[in-house]
Design a binder for this molecule. Structure first.
Ligand SMILES: *Cc1c(COP(=O)(O)O)cnc(C)c1O
Length: 357
């Protein structure tokens, strides 16, 4: 068996140890005679798996007790509608900081549910300084995307929104670094980049944010209803929750989120240092706003893109093609990407540069 180095933006690579454990437990989980996939979500086996996953998430993220952790479905794109449906009703308006494709999409969807205002419009290659933001003190919330997966810009500071709750799409950097959850009113993220398979959406929401859902909000997407039912108002994505539990246990055993952050910083440095020294490859993002998760880069001569991707695949490095809206390349180096994977990529890029420069 050869596993590739998978630089996919998502669904993304997972820790091999976790995949092995899941394979071992596939047919008979802990002697109960069935797979996790076959369990009732209300049975005692799955309730235990659920409680452990939630407990680990709370512990590793440092979620305060006045926040609910919800395991939902619909992905972050679903949340683009679910967030305003649940939260915009307080004042009928919300502020959006647009820093790239994902926050732009969030804003556009929110306009269907209330007055979605643009607090700031970035240039896609940097995060605008807070002094350039126009915040409405009467907004129901301020929405940001903490890591723009396509453009490769990431917040390395937390906006100060005063008494207006901060809402963040953390789909592509959740649990990649320690954060102070108490600075946020709500955090949401699809699991499929840093912590598990697709199909599961994590929502961490402060209790006082609840209770303003628009009447049109589907019950299954109403945070208050899901909170009151421990995310079991409908059947939750049970197998994805189980895998997330295994991934979080793996992180905990390997030093927790501080260790994950150090590992991610090391990988990103290897890649950015190489890009900055190269006159053949280029990353367009302002240094202080660069993403430690998604590293877009362009070749000096784009007619070589195909050859670059082909050679990479032949060397066991896949999914390096950039998003169609920006072109070029993108290496996604989420939590489970190894140092060896990044070193192999840099080695390949060095060789490619030598051959084609
Ligand atoms: C991947 C991603 C999404 C889309 O998630 P879906 O699971 O497809 O809904 C949204 N926002 C960000 C920041 C992402 O990285």
């Amino acid at each position: 068996m050869t596993r590739v180095f998978n630089f996919s933006p998502g669904p993304a690579t997972l820790p091999e140890a976790v995949l092995r454990q899941a394979a071992e437990e596939m047919l008979d989980w802990h002697g109960c005679g069935m797979s996790v996939m076959e369990m009732s979500h209300r049975g005692k086996e799955f309730m235990g798996i659920y409680a452990e996953a939630e407990g680990l998430l709370r512990e590793l993220m440092g979620v305060p007790s006045n926040y609910k952790v919800l395991f939902m479905q619909g992905g972050a794109i679903g949340e683009n509608a679910i967030v305003p449906m649940n939260l915009i009703g307080r004042n009928g308006k919300a502020d959006y900081a647009i820093t790239g494709d994902w926050s732009k999409k969030s804003h556009k969807e929110a306009t269907r549910y209330g007055q979605a205002q643009v607090a700031v419009q970035g240039d896609n290659v940097s995060i605008p300084k807070q002094s350039a933001w126009k915040l409405d003190p009467a907004a129901s919330y301020v929405h940001i995307c903490s890591n723009e997966t396509i453009g490769g810009v990431q917040y390395h500071w937390t906006p100060d929104t005063g008494r207006v709750p901060l809402v963040a799409d953390m789909s592509s950097d959740i649990l990649s670094r320690p954060i102070d959850v108490s600075k946020y009113g709500l955090i949401y993220a699809g699991a499929q980049k840093n912590i598990g398979p697709s199909g599961l959406t994590i929502v961490v929401v402060r209790d006082d944010m609840l209770g303003h859902a628009l009447p049109i909000t589907p019950s299954a997407f109403n945070y208050q209803v899901q909170g009151e039912n421990d995310s079991m108002y409908n059947t939750p994505p049970t197998y994805a929750i189980y895998i997330v539990g295994l991934v979080l246990k793996h992180f905990k055993a390997n030093g927790g989120i501080a260790a994950v952050e150090a590992h991610n910083a090391r990988k990103a440095k290897i890649l950015y240092d190489f890009l900055d020294a190269s006159s053949f490859f280029r990353n367009p993002v302002a240094k202080e706003d660069r993403s430690l998760m998604n590293v877009p880069f362009k070749l000096k001569d784009e007619t070589l893109d195909e050859a670059f991707l082909k050679g990479a695949a032949a060397g066991g490095m896949i999914q390096l093609k950039g998003h169609r809206s920006v072109g070029g390349m993108r290496a996604s180096i989420y939590n489970a990407m190894s140092i060896e994977g990044v070193q192999a990529l840099v080695k390949y890029m060095q060789d490619f540069e030598r051959q084609h420069a």
